[in-house]
Design a protein around this ligand. Sequence first.
Ligand code: SF4
Length: 338
Amino acid sequence: MNSKANLKMFKKVLVEKEVLNNPNTIHILSKLPKAKPIIIDDLDQYWGKVKKPYLQKRDNLNLFIGKKRGTLVKPAPDAYGVSGDPHYYFIHSYNCIYECQYCFLQGYFHTPDLVLYVNHDEILKEIKSILVEHPNAWFHAGEFSDSLALNHITNEWSQYWDFFKNNPKAKLELRTKSVNIKNILPLEPLKNVLLTFSLSPQDPSKEFDLKTPSTRAKIKAIKQLSDAGFQIGIHFDPIIYSEKLQIQYTQLINDLLENTNIDQINYFSLGVVRYTKDVYRQVELNYPDSKLHSHPYIKSFDNKIRYSRPMRNWLLSTVKNILLSKDVHESRIYLCME
Ligand code: SF4
């Protein structure tokens, strides 16, 4: 992706006055040399203030650069991540350049416009203070965005590396559907920093994960990271019903295991497609003909829209059993949000 393509991606670039001289802002703008940044006082006065339909992200996407205020690091929801140690997520960005049809962001914000927060020093300060009480905590990036999709512009993770190197009990997860690893590969592989990939078999990925790199390209990126010694995590999430599920996931898992050192895959998390009511309404509106609607959903125990419990159990056990049949130890498999 070259800088021309980056500029094309954004109609306008708006920068908060307070972060204009922040080195991260300067770096991002240097990657968008043709942008004519508009200076604004306060991001919150502009971003999402006027409702903008989600699908305008296709041809009318703006980029905001600003400072995240308030709580920067928050406890993660229950059943998030590997059990045992406490889990937190931090907010370095809002929204995403990709367009997965089931993405919860379409019902979450009033706008698809992207925000990049640049006060990483303050995020790290908050992480540090949490570690005083919870030295083994996990910190997840990418709750409201993709951690690596714009890393060729932002290159923020190098700032986190030294911190996590000096705090080896704490763990950092960078979750992605991208293959944007050029700035990661030169970094030192650390045992406590995991690059984690959301993977689907090729056909459903083409059908539902619009604009994301192909599954083959993702496996190639995982191989490069694995060969270089990085720690990996795999999210088979969301699993979406297909008559060919067994064949598709067998193929996917074979491809993955043939290309990756299994000892570097810390975990496989499995989750079935699910939505809040609001998100599902948006999915129906934005993608009325999607094959996402081809199998019936129900309102579930937590008010989320899901498949019936027997169907969820079947999907999870089918994928889990394929993993077990390939000698993946059960302790490395966990079920997400069930
Ligand atoms: S990559 Fe993640 S954040 Fe981006 S559109 Fe897909 S599901 Fe949403």
